[in-house]
Design a protein around this ligand. Structure first.
Ligand SMILES: *Cc1c(COP(=O)(O)O)cnc(C)c1O
Length: 393
């Protein structure tokens, strides 16, 4: 069975788990990441959410309002809350997965100090629109959330270079992975120094226990996601046996993983370095498969396709349909897992009920009506054609 997501690491990559890591692995990963990103600085963290917490601290923000999308990964507002600030939610614009910037302008007041611009699913945010927002509100810093998009571009301009800094998530489900892990990039030397200071104060060194447990996780997860094994993985996950490993949030709680303040393990950095070398290949493949879906499904009246702009990097190719459950079941019968990555509207989660939220709830209508079509390395043209045939029914 083909999983809906999988890192771009062949099974032969399992051998990596036996290689010793050099002690300066994390520094090397940062240098390699900055080089591929084309930024002056890249600073590594155990998770993307920890990166955001330390970034907000480094910016000196406390008791401020931070605007973030209503339709995004819930770990983003969690990080805002953990940094001692308040998340304010802004809905998506009509027929889009991206934040409505007109609404964002209505959400600004004198307490608003930052806006998280998220290129969700790898679709670049509109940088011209963002620049207009900044002209009107120079006191609101732009932070790019590039966890789904990495180095995507809008009309030729790299999104992650626009604004004060960009954050990235590097877990096994992202475009690039370092097993777990997160990163911040910035071109601002003073901010970079403040982020490093904040990290030194907040995050403690990874010990041998973390190094070993990350290696074990890597081996287990690579095996579990291998198409030969995945049928079993999938059945176990249906039974709830794997919940401890795959459930990443509790809708009633604003919380963090136990090790969110323990530095990235050197082993994770080594995996990340290997991934960076293949960045262009990884993204080309995703674009090629997304392009296939786009071509094959254009004209399907029962589906709403995502845009396919030139600079998109496609963490997922996500279509909208009223019949999501039927497609998931059809694909399952054909041995392919489809998914619904974001199956909640953050302001509706009990933990965020009392937070400010702008918009009529367009993103709420997406819940239960989106289907992620897989675009990872395990999906070749043949599989993509099978998926497209299923989605045409
Ligand atoms: C994955 C993700 C992050 C970072 O997640 P971590 O699990 O903390 O590394 C941030 N934003 C979005 C939109 C994400 O999907």
């Amino acid at each position: 069975m083909i999983p809906r997501l999988s890192p771009d690491i062949p099974l032969a990559g399992l051998g990596q788990a036996l290689h010793p890591s050099p002690p300066d692995a994390v520094d090397r990963f940062e240098a390699a990441f900055a080089e591929v990103a084309g930024t002056r600085h890249a600073i590594a963290f155990p998770y993307g959410r920890t990166a955001l917490i330390c970034l907000l601290q480094a910016m000196g923000l406390k008791d401020r309002q931070i605007i973030c999308p209503s339709y995004t990964c819930v770990v983003v507002p969690h990080a805002i809350e953990y940094s001692g600030n308040e998340s304010v939610f802004v809905d998506v614009s009509e027929d889009s997965f991206l934040m409505d910037m007109d609404l964002a302008e209505q959400a600004v007041n004198e307490r608003t100090k930052a806006l998280i611009a998220t290129s969700l699913f790898g679709e670049p945010v509109d940088l011209d629109r963002l620049a207009r927002f900044e002209e009107r509100f120079p006191a609101v810093a732009i932070i790019q959330d590039c966890a789904h998009s990495f180095f995507c571009s809008d009309k030729g301009k790299p999104v992650h270079k626009h604004g004060v800094a960009a954050i990235y998530g590097l877990n096994f489900s992202k475009i690039l992975t370092s097993v777990f892990g997160g990163m911040v990039t910035t071109d601002d030397d003073d901010l970079a120094e403040a982020i490093r200071t904040s990290r030194a104060r907040t995050v403690s060194a990874a010990g041998l226990k973390k190094e070993i447990s990350r290696r074990l996780y890597y081996v287990a997860a690579l095996c579990a996601l291998n198409p030969v094994m995945f049928g079993l993985t999938w059945r176990l996950s249906r039974l709830g046996v794997l919940d401890r490993f795959i459930r990443y949030f509790d809708e009633f709680k604003i919380d963090m993983p136990a090790d969110y303040l323990t530095e990235m393990a050197p082993f994770e950095a080594m995996i990340g370095i290997g991934q960076l070398k293949r960045y262009q290949d990884i993204v080309s493949h995703r674009r090629m498969i997304a392009g296939r879906y786009h071509h094959a499904l254009s004209g399907a009246k029962h589906l709403t396709l995502p845009p396919n702009p030139e600079g998109a990097t496609f963490s997922h190719y996500v279509v909208r349909t009223d019949d999501a459950a039927r497609y998931l079941a059809l694909a399952e019968d054909a041995g392919i897992e489809l998914g619904e990555l974001i199956d909640y509207f953050v302001p509706d989660l009990p933990a965020y009920k009392d937070h400010l939220s702008f918009g009529a709830g367009i993103g709420r209508r997406y819940v239960g009506r989106v289907v992620n079509l897989p675009v990872h390395r395990g999906v070749d043209v043949g599989v993509a054609n099978r998926v497209a045939t299923i989605m045409q029914q």
